[in-house]
Ligand binder design. Structure first.
Ligand SMILES: Cc1cc2nc3c(=O)[nH]c(=O)nc-3n(C[C@H](O)[C@H](O)[C@H](O)COP(=O)(O)OP(=O)(O)OC[C@H]3O[C@@H](n4cnc5c(N)ncnc54)[C@H](O)[C@@H]3O)c2cc1C
Length: 244
């Protein structure tokens, strides 16, 4: 079957309605949205939408990665970090189920490699997990069953977004390893410590024939990109999304 590429997907402006707002941690909230005039919103895992809004007379546009996998229906999920005073944060945190607003999308070229199926490593910090969560489901559906490692960095146990879900996915899929890295774990943490950067070399494990997907704030993404190049990975094997 030919896979539909992002270039075929219609980028448009749509009205969405909030179905559910859910706190994933003390600083991250997820928003489930439903398209009002669409039966199916087509996008590629890794892509984002942009919300457009007006606050106190000024217009803003803020992009958010789609955190849900394509469901072949008219819903999607985004998750956002609370940034005190930020216009995007103020807009999102005022949303309630039933509120309608405008988004544009899908957009972005942070996409899974479809021309070659190889082992892959997903590396995220904080809300950088959003596009990788969407990609993860797509990769785990591949018949070839490439090995997938998710290296996810957060501050402490309470910040492990989608943790139960990833643990369950790792139980169900022998080709998926889930590793959380905590920078400030509370008592009793027996897992990895520090920042994701400290565990990249271990995850790569001397392999060069693999695709690595990195998502998060610019500094972290850039640092990891340089590390991967230093470990012998080709530029074309490193895919990334920078949030700022
Ligand atoms: C392609 C793309 C995808 C994005 N996807 C997401 C997403 O899925 N979830 C999300 O929360 N944000 C995401 N962002 C960032 C988002 O668009 C906003 O920049 C963010 O929500 C802050 O907006 P604001 O108006 O509240 O604050 P602003 O006043 O515009 O930003 C204030 C500061 O917050 C920092 N910042 C921005 N995003 C984050 C973050 N996620 N974590 C920590 N610090 C941050 C910025 O560097 C800036 O210094 C994405 C950005 C891009 C370019």
């Amino acid at each position: 079957m030919t896979k539909e590429g992002p270039q075929e997907l219609a980028v448009g402006s749509y009205t969405v309605e909030v179905i559910r707002c859910r706190d994933l941690s003390s600083t991250v909230r997820s928003f489930e949205l439903r398209f009002i005039d669409l039966d199916c919103f087509e996008f590629e895992p890794g892509q984002s939408i942009a919300i457009e809004f007006t606050l106190e007379g000024s217009q803003y546009i803020r992009p958010y990665s789609i955190a849900s996998p394509p469901r072949r229906n008219n819903t999607l999920e985004i998750c956002a970090r609370y940034n005190p005073g930020g216009p995007g944060t103020r807009f999102l945190w005022a949303l309630k189920p039933g509120t309608r607003f405008t988004i544009t999308g899908p957009q972005g070229s942070f996409l899974l490699q479809s021309s070659r199926i190889r082992d892959c490593i997903f590396i995220a910090a904080g809300t950088g997990i959003a596009p990788l969560r969407s990609m993860l489901y797509a990769v785990l559906e591949r018949e070839e069953e490439p090995h997938v490692t998710l290296l996810f960095g957060v501050r402490d146990q309470a910040d492990c977004l989608y943790d139960e879900e990833f643990v369950a996915l790792a139980r169900r899929n022998k080709n998926f390893s889930y590793r959380t890295v905590l920078s400030r774990p509370s008592n009793g943490w027996a897992g990895l410590r520090g920042y994701v950067q400290h565990h990249v070399e271990d995850a790569v494990n001397n392999r060069t024939a693999l695709d690595v997907y990195v998502s998060g704030m610019t500094e972290m993404v850039e640092e990891i990109r340089q590390m991967l190049l230093g470990l012998g990975l080709d530029e074309s094997s490193i895919h990334y999304e920078k949030f700022s």
